[in-house]
Design a protein around this ligand. Structure first.
Ligand code: SAH
Length: 252
């Protein structure tokens, strides 16, 4: 049967997709999340499957894979979309076709992330422990597939306007920030996460391009802390300076 043989109603049918589970993430809100999963390897998440997908049989054998593809919905993006978008990677200046980018503002709002699988917990339903992701807390997940390096790792592939990892800025910590870190459980992992997130320069492109931005203060919430930072210069190069880290008291 060719495509033309499908009755028109079937060709244009809309699909109803049901999330198989939801993400609980180190990123309570979108600001600061790196633009791809591998950029902050210290970021952790859990994916808890919902009934009826939480049967341990659904993940039998998954623990022998180190990485997974997650298909998910950009549920915090608007449903409206435009054919051209401005990739942040290009400083917000150039426009590319939505299907030539990884934009979160797209038809069907489908996202795709390659994440590291740390542990499969089947004691109460199914919870997957993940690392190195780019998902905001609460993200609905539609599917999980194991990653096959022999088929899917293509280092020689052409990567258009994003040919390599984005540059990474040095990150410095004030004495107050260091003290706050040391008081925190798991301070090494939190320090790594803060460093990896700020090294990506999460500021919006129009702030980066503006003059005198070093006066401006920013805040990003990671895990249970608010991180206050500002751009600075370190040994003559652009850097990010963490002023303070405080335990978050209010919802983001
Ligand atoms: N790896 C995915 C996502 C790339 S865009 C893909 O290629 O499809 C990454 C950005 O998605 C992050 O910077 C974050 O701000 C945003 N994001 C993550 N989860 C989201 C969600 N549930 N809704 C809307 N935006 C989300």
């Amino acid at each position: 049967m060719t495509d033309c043989d499908f009755p028109p109603s079937e060709v244009s049918a809309a699909f109803t997709l049901t999330p198989i589970g939801h993400i609980a993430s180190d990123y309570p809100d979108k600001f600061g999340i790196p633009r791809q999963p591998g950029l902050a390897s210290a970021s952790r998440a859990t994916l808890t499957l919902s009934p009826p997908f939480d049967d341990p049989l659904t993940v039998r054998g998954l623990e022998s894979f180190s990485h997974l593809w997650l298909t998910f919905v950009f549920h915090q993006s608007p449903t409206r979309w435009t054919p051209l978008v401005r990739p942040p990677r290009l400083g917000g200046n150039a426009k590319h076709g939505v299907f030539a980018t990884r934009s979160t503002h797209r038809p069907n709002r489908l996202g795709l992330s390659l994440v590291e699988l740390i542990k499969v917990d089947t004691h109460h339903g199914v919870t997957l422990h993940l690392r190195g992701h780019d998902l905001v807390d609460g993200t609905p997940v539609l599917d999980i597939k194991p990653y096959l390096a022999w088929a899917e790792a293509l280092p020689e592939a052409r990567s258009g306007f994003a040919p390599a990892r984005p540059p990474s800025l040095p990150v410095t910590f004030s004495a107050a920030a260091e003290t706050a870190l040391l008081a925190h459980d798991d301070s090494d992992s939190l320090r790594d996460l803060i460093r990896q997130v700020l090294a990506q320069d999460p500021r919006p492109a129009y702030h980066k391009n503006a003059r005198n931005t070093s006066e401006r203060r920013y805040g990003v919430r990671l895990r249970d802390v608010d991180v206050r930072f500002h751009p600075s210069t370190h040994d003559g190069i652009d850097a990010m300076h963490v002023e303070d880290i405080v335990v978050a008291s209010s919802p983001p």
